[in-house]
Every structure is written in structure tokens, then in C-alpha cells.
Design a protein around this ligand. Structure first.
Ligand code: MN
Ligand code: MN
Length: 252
């Protein structure tokens, strides 16, 4: 059950309203990596979760994100409010000024409507936790970029708080994923095909005009990696000679 307390999770202050910046802030209200998306993703994952420990985590963080939605909503509203009556402020976004009266609504910074398509909900705990870690990192970088576009002290203070909490959540989701004790790269129940799983296909080759080259690193060498040079060329060459060398599955 939900209950609203007439207090913000973090005190919001705006020293000088900036309607244009307000439209950018909408990204975190009704955007793909915004607070509503986070609140809904974790809360709905929580409803689907049969593991009472991870369920508690999802409901705790999902509910905190709703509190963030309120903080970013109030902050954004403070920046947009002059659009209701001031002509030059209204020019920052006529749609928000004329149809929305300088208020927030569930649209992103470009005026696209919020959609459930933003949410990643698979019903598989380890997969969902990986999605959540990625979601938190996207939310963090979005806040960081917003902070680069304002000098308003009060606004920066609130954004710093919201940005920090996303790192806190990323830490919690990472710890929860590790606590499942699943072997690395084990997703679901079916095992991958041995051999094929360790093949790295070098499908982009040659040297480019902007310094591009064939890089080697822990993602394609060492450990169990088998580096397979240009498999498409290999198939192309074998097509010329009439011999086919398809990618081998299970050594067949
Ligand atoms: Mn948040
Ligand atoms: Mn978060």
C-alpha cells in the first residue's frame, strides 16, 4: 500500500527559474531513464518476484524512486512555472506553456509521451538485476549531464542528491546479484554450447582512416577464448573453391 507524506524526500530550492532548463529536466520526470521509469520497473519486478528477500529490495528502491519522481517534479515545476504568464518564458516550449500551463507532465525533454516500453521486466531475477544496474548507470549519467547545464546552486544541490542515490541503488542491485551465488555468465537454466561459447569472431577487420585497428584484449584473448579470424572471409573463400566451412556446432 502507498501513503503520501506531505514532505519532500529532499528539500528543493531554485534560486533563478530557467524555463529552458526546466524542459531538459523533464527527461528525468517522464523520460526513458527517469524516475517514473525506475519506480515502475522495480515495483513491477517486485510484484512478480517470488523471492521475499529480493522482493523487499525491489519494493524499497521502487518506492524511493517514487519519492525521487516527486522531488524532480517539484524542481522542474519551479523552473517551468514562469511559462504560464510570461511571454518570453513561454517561448522556451509553447506546448508546455499553452497546453500545460507551465506544469510538468509525463513527457521527456523532447515532448514524447512516457511509455511502458521504457521498462525492462523479464521475471528472471538475475536478468532483472542486471537491467537495474544498467538503468541506474543511465540515470546517473543523465543527472551528471543535466548538472553540466545549470549554475543554479539550489538546483545543483537537489540534482547532486538524486544523482548520488542512483549510485547507492547501483551498489545495492550489484550486491543483490552477487548474493544469488550464480556462476558468472549463467543465465536461465539451459547451458550454452561448449566450444562455440568461447569463440570470438573477428568480424570487423583491417585498418581505418581514423586509427581503427584490430584490437586484442581480455574480451578476445586469454582464458578460454578462441580467436577466430574473419569467419565471413573464410566462408567466402571456401565458396570460391566449392568447399563449405560452416561454423561448427558441438564439433559437428
Ligand atoms: Mn532515482
Ligand atoms: Mn535509482
Amino acid at each position: 500500500m502507498y501513503h503520501h507524506v506531505k514532505q519532500l524526500m529532499y528539500t528543493v530550492r531554485v534560486d533563478a527559474p530557467d524555463p529552458r532548463f526546466g524542459t531538459m529536466l523533464l527527461e528525468q520526470f517522464g523520460g526513458a531513464n527517469g524516475e517514473l521509469a525506475a519506480a515502475m520497473q522495480y515495483s513491477v519486478q517486485g510484484i512478480n518476484c517470488d523471492d521475499p528477500e529480493r522482493k523487499d529490495l525491489l519494493m524499497d528502491i521502487g518506492t524511493e524512486e517514487l519519492s525521487h519522481l516527486e522531488v524532480i517534479g517539484v524542481l522542474t515545476r519551479m523552473h517551468l512555472k514562469p511559462m504560464k504568464s510570461n511571454r518570453s518564458a513561454a517561448e522556451a516550449d509553447p506546448l508546455i506553456a499553452i497546453c500545460g500551463g507551465g506544469g510538468v507532465n509525463l513527457y521527456n525533454s523532447m515532448g514524447s509521451a512516457w511509455t511502458a516500453d521504457y521498462l525492462k521486466i523479464t521475471g528472471e531475477m538475475d536478468v532483472d538485476l542486471r537491467s537495474n544496474i544498467a538503468a541506474e548507470s543511465r540515470a546517473k549519467i543523465t543527472y551528471e549531464r543535466l548538472m553540466g547545464f545549470t549554475d543554479d546552486k539550489g538546483t545543483l544541490d537537489a540534482l547532486q542528491f538524486l544523482m548520488t542515490r542512483e549510485i547507492t541503488h547501483m551498489k545495492a542491485f550489484t550486491a543483490a546479484l552477487e548474493s544469488l551465488g550464480k556462476p558468472e555468465f549463467s543465465i536461465g537454466k539451459l547451458p550454452p554450447t561448449p566450444g562455440v561459447v568461447d569463440q570470438y569472431f573477428n568480424d570487423s577487420t583491417g585498418h581505418g582512416d581514423r586509427g581503427e585497428f584490430d584490437a586484442r584484449g581480455p574480451w578476445n584473448q586469454g582464458g578460454s577464448w578462441e580467436f577466430v579470424p574473419a569467419p565471413a572471409f573464410k566462408q567466402f573463400r571456401s565458396a570460391e573453391t566449392g568447399e563449405r566451412e560452416p561454423i561448427k556446432l558441438n564439433g559437428k
